[in-house]
Ligand binder design. Structure first.
Ligand code: GAR
Length: 214
């Protein structure tokens, strides 16, 4: 299964995907990494000889024109699945229509709670005792698409947004490759506006507080 991974930042989720692929836990191939800015994650792709591209969105730019440019950039790599791994832009219009039900995003909160760009900080501010991450299909909204899988982590006394986010990321690094693998093997079928699972685990992969190190 051909993946195009969209990134904006450090790329620890991209690294976790590659680790899982290298270890045979994820039957997929990253064929390109595309960013909206000069993201550190792009260096991982360059060092592996994988194609990279930057499609920037600048203040005042036309958003729909950017969605079209991003779509055309991604299309050139013929992905089966588009993976948003720390991509900090809201997709819409032409892009979502072109790849509907074939875009997954990893979000650092248990959606539908705490969507947006500050999931861990918002969870700390709300005082929740349990947080985690969500892998979901992307629609035109902000973190509103159908939920595919979630993993929970505890919020510990003394946590701040950074320490909680670090714990959530351990969960992300296990969950995202597992979901991609489930899609690649057909255990999880992304199908129109919703999804179906095959097999006996309901396709919903849940991890408790004792997460594998990923
Ligand atoms: C991840 O924790 C991801 O869930 C989050 O950005 C981080 C990127 O980390 N995404 C969002 O907040 C999207 N709303 P990474 O670059 O190290 O993978």
């Amino acid at each position: 299964m051909r993946l195009v991974v969209l990134v904006s930042g450090r790329g620890s989720n991209l690294a976790a995907l590659w680790k899982a692929i290298d270890e045979g836990r994820c039957s997929a191939e990253v064929v390109a990494v595309v960013a909206d800015r000069d993201a550190p994650a792009l260096e991982q792709a360059s060092s592996r000889g994988v194609a990279t591209a930057i499609v920037p969105l600048r203040r005042g730019d036309d958003r729909e024109a950017w969605n079209v440019a991003l779509k055309e950039c991604v299309e050139a790599h013929r992905p089966d699945l588009v993976v948003l791994a720390g991509f900090m832009r809201v997709l819409g219009g032409a892009f979502v229509q072109r790849y509907r039900s074939r875009i997954v995003n990893v979000h650092p909160a248990l959606l539908p709670s705490f969507p947006g760009a500050h999931g861990p900080a918002d969870a700390i501010a709300a005082g929740v005792r349990l947080s985690g991450c969500t892998v979901h299909l992307v629609d035109e909204g902000v973190d509103t698409g159908p939920i595919l899988a979630q993993a929970a982590v505890r919020v510990l006394p003394g946590d701040d947004a950074a320490s909680l986010h670090a714990r959530i990321q351990r969960a992300e690094h296990a969950l995202l490759p597992a979901v991609v693998h489930a899609v690649a093997t057909g255990a999880l079928e992304l199908d129109g506006p919703t999804w179906r699972t095959h097999g006996d685990d309901d396709g919903v992969i849940l991890f408790g507080p004792d997460l594998p190190s990923g």
